[in-house]
Write a protein that binds this ligand. Structure first.
Ligand SMILES: Cc1cc2nc3c(=O)[nH]c(=O)nc-3n(C[C@H](O)[C@H](O)[C@H](O)COP(=O)(O)OP(=O)(O)OC[C@H]3O[C@@H](n4cnc5c(N)ncnc54)[C@H](O)[C@@H]3O)c2cc1C
Length: 307
């Protein structure tokens, strides 16, 4: 078997956290590979307009923001590999990162894998995924031009997705299990002002129904217990996310939510392995926090490699 290709630093995940770390390590002349299993850019590519990232007075799309970060890191020598990381093994200072494209080794690893969308877990959800059920409005919104859709959830990401869908859908129900949104006030104000959006409060989805494609969802009012059905062509699920740490269980210390426990240097329980962005414990789950973590981890990884 060939020896794994060797790097100073391997970064797992190409969202704002991993890209920021990549800018810092590559610019510090550390031989760095970033391994991404999907599209470079991460979760923020779902945001049509990011208004709270410093330096963009008129806002910026999540795609443009992260493409610029990637270009910047690549300019300094970051290598980007397309593969899914399935495990990490540690042998003293050397770490072997196992991926769907083979093994790679590095002395420092920065984990920036973000989080994966939570499922509703109701009958019909799996059957209709790709046939009306979606987890990404930016990716699939255009398929619902002049159609009726439901967004499930009440946080920032859910309400932002509902606003994104206004461009395409004729009507958008936002279905939330509580009586008020968790989204920030500025996002709420925009949604309440949008005539295409209708809120259905205190309700959960109990089933996704249809023929070949989705044509309705069954709801239950959590206060009255009353069940009802509404006709929809699409269902956008946005009920939270879980840190993408499945392959790290038993290897690193995780908190009760499955996020990686780190200290203020972004160091994990294993020397030379760092965790940043949405995947780490106590993350603010915002792009600027992820980017800040990336810089902290990269600088500390540089010091670790120099020792
Ligand atoms: C609709 C929506 C709107 C948002 N709007 C805003 C906003 O306006 N402002 C803001 O600051 N934040 C916003 N956010 C939140 C923001 O997207 C996240 O906080 C940020 O993307 C976290 O960055 P990250 O790099 O930690 O993780 P992510 O962006 O999730 O990136 C992680 C990357 O790692 C990859 N990955 C995971 N596991 C593996 C593996 N095993 N192998 C290889 N690759 C892997 C994933 O494919 C992904 O690309 C929004 C989120 C959503 C969903």
């Amino acid at each position: 078997m060939n020896a794994p290709k060797n790097y100073d630093v391997i970064i797992i995940g190409g969202g704002p956290a991993g890209l920021s770390a990549g800018i810092y390590t590559a610019r510090a002349r550390l031989k760095t590979a970033l391994i991404e299993k999907g599209a470079v850019g991460g979760m923020i590519i779902n945001a049509a307009l990011v208004e709270n990232y410093p330096g963009y007075a008129d806002g910026v799309s999540g795609i443009d923001l992260t493409q610029a970060m990637h270009k910047q890191a690549t300019k300094f020598g970051l290598e980007t590999l397309s593969a899914e990381v399935t495990g990490i093994s540690v042998n003293g200072k050397n770490k072997v990162v196992k991926t769907s494209a083979g093994d790679f080794s590095a002395r420092a690893v920065i984990i920036a894998g973000g989080s994966a969308r939570q499922k509703l877990g109701v009958p019909g959800e799996a059957v209709y995924t790709g046939k009306g059920v979606s987890y990404c409005a930016t990716c699939d919104g255009a398929f619902f031009r002049d159609k009726v859709v439901a967004v499930i959830g009440g946080g920032n990401a859910a309400v932002t997705e509902a606003l994104e869908l206004v461009k395409f859908a004729s009507k958008i129900y936002v279905i939330h299990r509580r009586h008020e949104l968790r989204a920030t006030k500025i996002v709420q104000e925009k949604a309440f002002a949008e005539r295409k959006i209708e809120f259905i409060w205190d309700s959960v989805v109990t089933a996704v129904l249809g023929g070949v494609f989705v044509n309705k969802i069954r709801l239950k009012n959590v206060k009255t217990g009353k069940e009802s059905e509404i006709a929809v062509d699409g269902v956008f699920v946005n009920v939270g996310s879980q840190p993408a740490t499945g392959y790290l269980k038993g290897m690193l210390t995780l908190d009760a939510n499955g996020a990686i426990v780190v200290n203020h240097k972004m160091e994990t329980s294993v020397p030379g392995i760092y965790a940043i962005g949405d995947i780490r414990s106590d993350s603010i789950r915002q792009a600027i926090g992820a980017a800040g973590d990336g810089a902290i981890a990269a600088v500390n990884a540089g010091k670790y490699l120099g020792d």
